[in-house]
Design a protein around this ligand. Structure first.
Ligand SMILES: [Cu+2]
Length: 446
């Protein structure tokens, strides 16, 4: 059996998951001060486009120019509940003279883990010491990159500084390919990503929180669960688990991982953004038409919304002021990942929430940061307020029915989503110079 790192100190971190929840009371009590404190420096939220570049001291700055010419800049800090928080995230592809701000901040907002037999439900971020579970990364775990040291708030007094934050780059294969005019001319680029990740151990699970910043402006955020199945959460086979030992016994109880992210957009340096929802409807071909028609409609989301994904529906966050060189409003589109929506809790019943910014609203459930009497989950914060500074809460669920292959260690299983630029640049940010004239309704040169 694995040996758990021993923890001493005033705040007992859950060392392994048991069915008692003694740690919860203490952890919540420690948070009465309001908004959770981070280890990093206080980072002011720039209000102007001029302040788009990440502003923080060198130790808390991440700046990476990828070999394809795109630079990503951001500040990081470490929150006592949320763990890694990325702030003032900006993107500067090769054709842009200055950084284009994307996010004021991006971070996890909860990992809710209810077990199918109803025995237990873990709120890993707010109740089970997710942030304090940051682990040291072995040198080989950050190939080609650097491992930064993180001071963990309320962490293990004997091990307050953890070599826990990896920043590195990785190839992702073709960014594009296009045949040129002659047979041997090919325009192609191998895309490069900046990766930023931590590993947080909660009980028997280890969660990798990964942020992937592509050179084309896309940001992928994913949580990967690995480590071990929670062996305390086995049962004798009540029909709510899967046998993973010899014969029909040693049932691992099925459970869900409902992961929430909180994104505070600051497109082009302003928090004033508009949310739009798009829906498309296909109708049978009319007489004389060769194909069914498809009509896409835009609905402006002017008030707080609990949104549900469906086929042909998507959302984007649009800058009120920033435009690209074609004069189009800059925006980021939300690209959902696969999800299994868990209907068991009010806060997990929707795929995305858009709420008006409120500093105390930090966690999607069991939010400890607001005054007494304030609702504690994101669904309750959707109550018709006009959106002037929208905050995006994304809920991605995974129903984990264990399998034999989950032992041992458990193969990492990922869940997450992406945001992709839509009209942030006037063309593909990786367009080779030779093709830069091919914008809009161009004609081949004769
Ligand atoms: Cu699981």
């Amino acid at each position: 059996m694995r040996v758990q790192r021993s923890i001493s100190g005033v705040r007992p971190r859950r060392i392994s998951r048991t069915r008692t929840r003694a740690a919860v009371g203490l952890t919540v009590a420690a948070l009465t001060a309001g908004v959770t404190a981070g280890a990093g420096p206080a980072v002011a939220q720039p209000k102007t486009a001029a302040a788009a570049a990440a502003d923080c001291s060198a130790a808390y700055k991440i700046e990476q120019k990828l070999s394809t010419g795109t630079t990503w800049r951001m500040c990081w800090r470490y929150d006592s509940k949320a763990g890694l928080v990325l702030e003032n995230v900006s993107y500067q592809p090769k054709g842009e003279s200055k950084p284009i701000k994307v996010l004021n901040s991006g971070r996890l907002a909860q990992i809710d883990v209810p077990y199918d037999d109803g025995s237990v439900e873990y709120d890993d971020l707010t109740g089970f010491g997710f942030a304090q579970g940051l682990v040291d990364l072995a040198p080989g775990e950050c190939p080609g990159g650097t491992i930064k040291t993180v001071r963990v708030p309320d962490g293990d007094p004997e091990h307050p500084n953890v070599k826990g934050l990896c920043t590195t780059t990785r190839s992702r294969g073709h960014a594009y390919r296009m045949q040129g005019d002659t047979a041997n001319k090919v325009f192609q680029t191998q895309g490069k990503d900046l990766l930023v990740y931590t590993v947080n151990k909660v009980g028997w699970y280890e969660y990798m929180t990964e942020w992937r910043f592509q050179d084309d402006g896309t940001i992928n955020m994913n949580v990967g669960a690995t480590g071990s199945l929670s062996f305390e959460d086995y049962d004798a086979g009540d029909g709510r688990g899967w046998p993973i030992g010899k014969g029909a016994k040693a049932y691992a109880t099925s459970h869900s991982h409902n992961v929430f992210w909180r994104l505070d957009f600051g497109l082009d340096g302003s928090s004033k953004t508009n949310v739009e929802q798009y829906d498309s409807a296909v109708t049978a071909p009319a007489h004389g038409q060769q194909a069914p028609t498809n009509k896409t409609t835009r609905t402006k989301v002017t008030k707080e919304l609990a949104g549900d994904s469906k086929t042909y529906r998507w959302w984007r966050v649009v800058s009120e002021t920033g435009k690209n060189k074609d004069g189009h409003a800059r925006s980021y589109e939300i690209v959902p990942g696969p999800t299994t929506k868990y209907p068991g809790r009010s806060f997990t019943r929707h795929d995305v929430y858009f709420t008006e910014y409120n500093k105390c609203e930090q966690f999607a459930s069991n939010n400890p940061s607001c005054p007494r009497g304030y609702a504690t989950s994101v669904d309750k914060w959707v109550n018709g307020q006009p959106l002037t500074h929208p905050v995006v809460w994304m809920n991605v669920g995974f129903h984990h029915i264990a399998r034999d292959e989950d032992q041992q260690p458990m193969p990492i299983h990922w869940q997450g989503f992406a945001i992709a630029p839509r009209d942030v640049t006037a063309m593909n940010p990786l367009t080779p110079d030779e093709l830069a004239w091919q914008n809009g309704h161009w004609r081949p040169r004769s």
